[in-house]
Design a protein around this ligand. Structure first.
Ligand SMILES: [Zn+2]
Length: 70
């Protein structure tokens, strides 16, 4: 299950929460700490699990495995 969509932007990639308008961009993260896209994806997942716990639970309980591993 992915909790974000991605969009190319100037200087990086924009990650948007699928449940709200929350976004992060790869330039927000420090390359020295690892792959920026990985960090951005992790940040959105964290956001979704904290702010959209109900939707995340519902999405994961309906047809498990339907989304596959992306
Ligand atoms: Zn959100």
């Amino acid at each position: 299950m992915r909790y974000y969509t991605t969009k190319p932007m100037t200087g990086g990639v924009l990650f948007k929460c699928v449940y709200c308008e929350h976004t992060v961009t790869t330039p927000d993260f420090d390359e020295a700490k690892g792959n920026r896209r990985t960090q951005a994806a992790a940040a959105i997942h964290q956001h979704a699990k904290e702010l959209h716990a109900n939707q995340v639970r519902a999405a994961e309980s309906i047809k498990p495995g339907c989304y596959g591993v992306v």
